[in-house]
Design a binder for this molecule. Sequence first.
Ligand code: ATP
Ligand code: MG
Length: 612
Amino acid sequence: MKLSQTFIPTLREVPGDALIASHRLMFRSGMLRKLSNGLFAYLPLGLRSFRKVERIIREEMDAIGSLEIKPTVVVPGDLWKESGRWETMGEALLRVKNRLGTDFVVSPTAEEAFTALVRDELSSYRQLPLSLYQINTKYRDEIRPRYGVMRGREFVMKDAYSFHTDEDSLDETYQAMGRAYRRIFKRCGLTVIPVRADSGAMGGSGSEEFMVESEIGDNTLLLCRACDYAANVEKAACKPDWAGGEGISPEAARTAAASTAAIEKIDTPEVKTIEELCGFLKTDAKRFIKTLIYRAVNVELDLSSAPGNHRGEKRPSGELSYGETFFAVLIRGDLEVNEIKLAAVLKASEVTLAADTDVVRLTGAPVGFAGPVGLEGIPIIADLSVTAMNDAVTGALARDLHYTHVAYGRDFVPWLVTDIRTVKAGDRCSLCGGELYEKKGNELGHIFKLGYKYTRSMQVSYLDEAGKTRIPTMGCYGIGLDRTLASVIEEHHDEAGIIWPMTVAPYQAIIIPIKYDGAVKTAADGLAAALENHGIEVLLDDRNERPGVKFNDADLMGIPFRVVLGDKNLNLSPPMVEVKHRAQKENRLIELGRATEELTGLVYGELAELNR
Ligand code: ATP
Ligand code: MG
């Protein structure tokens, strides 16, 4: 392809809103332009690389037997009403009406569409397992699109959905997807960190995210220095930092508290925060039990044994769900509550700190004086850390009063004890006890055991071997193509531009004639044609520009091999051309007569290495 005949509008200036390298370089190299906030157009150069990422993903999905289909992007709103996400998805969901007033959704993801398609065709266990995927446009009305295509409003996702008769079969597909994802990212030249992730209300251990390390990453990852434990902070667990290991039972704690002085009420005028209390009592935060009142929505954890009057509603899916519910949550004063872990425990769609008015109503005290002792009518949930506390300070449910010498198990017993702390760098690995450290990460892909969430709410069933009606279990698996491509640039660039891995390079070689006429033109055209005959993708810079401009553009575009042809080297005997690899500093002369063979070998060698 001649450069003059394509459309690669390179830029010298950096767009003002481009904060990260991939955003800058995709614009400057002429890969991408912006139509509007969060809406981007791929130009020819960008689309070539995009298609290569797409091809890699498609090959790996096909290789594990997932079947590609092409549903629509606009889907009936009714399907989303059935699953319940019409209400719970919030503002990110773009809802539209057609001329008849019928509701539609512009797909942000496609569990509903795939589940509905399978529901209509599924009758027998013989049809399972079934794994389907699409590579298709998604729209999410992100509040703040940023970093170019890393977080756009419209983007392309490969999303796969699998349906199974049992957990083992689901696990098999889930594991195969995990392996395919590792291959996809490796083939794209990416270094990914697979981490354990929150599996939300569904529970279980079946959720893994594929992260790339990134300063601008939205995710905090915890990694162990001693073993291969890696988890999103949303999910991360750690070893308890008290003697005796796991949570301590109320009975054992009561015994342990035998030598603790009796609980005592103390005046703490105008002292509300933990810091103020630490100063006032001259002690440290580890002695306090923080009591936080949380409001949760759509709780699916069974509350029939919990204090308070909880009236659940039966969902069409069969689950009992509690609309708005409040909880008192206890944690050691130096720790933070992880709201995502809390939501997972409660199987809630939303968990937020309660409004002040609710705190006052539920605790009978001003904000800042909540505590578990004597707290009634609201379920108390304690973090495991609280079970090791037998001489603590807590609020006393009245203005300017606290309790001291509070012992868990003796002075209060929570309704539920569970792990809800936010793990931090320095905490101990739950697997091996090693030290955990933090990294920022950006999510490129996600594999997830969904269980029965959609198949139940959307009433999918089949007949098993015995002729009994059963509900299939389900998994879902997504990769963002745009974000993957941008991440390749993040990992492979320098001051001058992109340094494409061969597998996703828009062209594999660029031929730069110093001056495109006469014998140089003839040699350049001949080399380009010969390389193309060998299956190499070649860009020929036939522009009437200074060599420096052409070199800069070649570096910016990041094409792996640069071949420069000029009178001087062509007049040597034998005629020579200059070859430089984008990732290397040095260039070298090779014989024109051997250039095709040599370059072809190098290109295929790099492809083979990445595709291995
Ligand atoms: P994030 O937390 O970054 O918003 P998510 O958890 O909402 O992502 P998923 O629903 O798991 O993402 O979607 C699967 C993949 O789609 C993500 O791993 C990511 O690669 C891609 N993706 C999601 N949102 C966007 C977006 N706004 N722009 C580009 N890619 C996106
Ligand atoms: Mg995700």
